[in-house]
Design a protein around this ligand. Structure first.
Ligand code: DOR
Ligand code: ZN
Length: 428
């Protein structure tokens, strides 16, 4: 048996504690008020009084393998995840080929496990080839372990197909995650429909394109059941609809991205393609509504929508830039900036929205667990005393399309452990 002592840490930012981790079993073996010494453990790490949280869980990333390994792979995406404090991520199905069959999903999971830095859960597509025409074999993929289905990147627009998908997802007890965008209302759109898009001469993506799908899907979920999850909620109206649905007892959950919380379409002023994302950056009142919704639980979780793209697809005219931004390595810092720094929330809240709730929604039994004896040692250590500056070129991700280039943050991940094994950071 090998053991690790992680001394001098503050679980949830509270009192200083010392942990002994049974690395062989991957669990927390003891928590004490006095530090463990070399006699008690095979390796001793000084946590420096930093904040200790359960390992983060991201319900929405794009790791681009198979098909675009030039921009990210399961390995480089796992490196970025570990550096960002994540111990589990769900990678979307919009790869090439699309993850629409069990063997493809199994290959993603196995590659992640072989690399070993993060549990990489495959998301299966709802429709074959993301074409929005024929459903995939949701049952077969569910049997091979797929927990979430989504055509993310595309919306399941066809109401009849969506109804059937909801029914199948219910029958197989899996999560159906919708990218809510009525494509007929967003054809050719590159930016949020509003004053900024008008000023810049960009075609607008109206709020109603998202909200009309959210409303329809909530009612379908009411009538046909199942576990419905909304990807990247981005508008004030969506928040109102979620509040209505939850008040009715409809089984919907929702996520918000760090960029929709921190950034607005004011960023588009320089036509820099790095700020193109889908759904688009919106207005201050949307960001404010999303913040309140996360605080009061109307929105359940933060998910990054980590979407790596190469410079050939980003450093081009705004309308030609591919939508998407990196998120894994900056999300904790952004959530700290938006909620913890101004005193709107504490570290318990961060653990809830970035680890516990996503793990609950996805029914991951070994993630998002309390920091207690007997629990899996999936942990992240966060330093708030050494400011750092986000630089795309320094990221572990293969791509560098961060919208936070040059921004100084105060929260930094300094160590990540997956089942007791260190995947990033501090060494003894
Ligand atoms: O901005 C986005 N990028 N939104 C999506 O829904 C898809 C994603 C991607 O795959 O690049
Ligand atoms: Zn996405």
């Amino acid at each position: 048996m090998t053991t690790l002592a992680l001394n001098n840490v503050r679980p949830y930012g509270e009192d200083v504690k010392h942990l002994r981790i049974d690395v062989t079993e991957g669990r927390i073996a003891a928590i004490a008020d006095e530090p463990f010494g070399p006699a008690d453990a095979d390796a001793v790490i000084d946590g420096g009084g930093n904040v200790l949280l359960p390992g983060l869980v991201d319900m929405h990333v794009h790791l681009r393998e198979p098909g675009r390994e030039d921009t990210e792979t399961i390995a480089t995406g796992s490196d970025a995840a570990a550096k960002g404090g994540f111990t589990a991520v769900f990678t979307m199905a919009n790869t090439n080929p699309v993850i629409d069959q069990p063997f493809l999903a199994e290959a993603v999971w196995e590659k992640g496990q072989a690399y070993g830095k993060c549990d990489v859960y495959p998301v299966g597509s709802i429709t074959q080839g993301l074409r929005g025409e024929q459903l995939t074999e949701i049952g077969l993929m569910a049997r091979s372990g797929v927990r979430m289905f989504s055509d993310d990147g595309r919306c399941v627009n066809d109401p009849q197909l969506m109804r059937r998908a909801i029914e199948y997802a219910k029958a197989h007890d899996v999560v159906l995650a919708q990218h809510a965008e009525d494509h007929r209302l967003t054809a050719g759109a590159a930016a949020h429909e509003g004053e900024q898009a008008e000023r810049l001469g960009l075609r607008g993506w109206p709020r109603v394109a998202e909200e009309s799908i959210v409303a329809r899907d909530a009612i379908m979920t009411r009538d046909y059941g199942g576990r419905y999850h909304l990807c990247h909620a981005s508008t004030e109206g969506t928040v109102e609809l979620l509040r209505f649905a939850k008040a009715q007892g409809i089984n919907v959950t929702a996520e918000v991205t760090p960029h929709h919380l921190m950034l607005t379409d004011e960023k588009l002023a320089t036509y820099d393609g790095v700020f193109r994302v889908n759904p688009p950056l919106r207005e201050a009142r949307d960001a404010e509504a999303l913040k309140q919704a996360l605080l009061d639980g109307t929105v359940d979780a933060v998910a990054t929508d980590h979407a790596p793209h190469g410079s050939e697809d980003k450093c081009v005219e705004f309308e030609n830039a591919k939508p998407g931004m990196l998120g894994l390595e900056t999300s904790l810092a952004v959530v700290h900036r938006v909620f913890v720094e101004p005193g709107l929330a504490d570290w318990r809240f961060v653990a809830k929205v970035m680890s516990e709730r996503p793990a609950e929604i996805m029914r991951l039994e070994d993630q998002g667990r309390p920091i207690e004896v007997g629990e899996p040692a999936n942990l992240v250590l966060v330093d708030t005393q050494s400011p750092w500056t986000a630089r795309g070129a320094e990221m572990a991700s293969k791509a560098s399309n961060t919208p936070y280039e040059g921004i100084e943050f105060t929260a930094r991940v300094v160590g990540t452990w997956l089942r007791g094994t260190q995947t990033f950071g501090l060494k003894d």
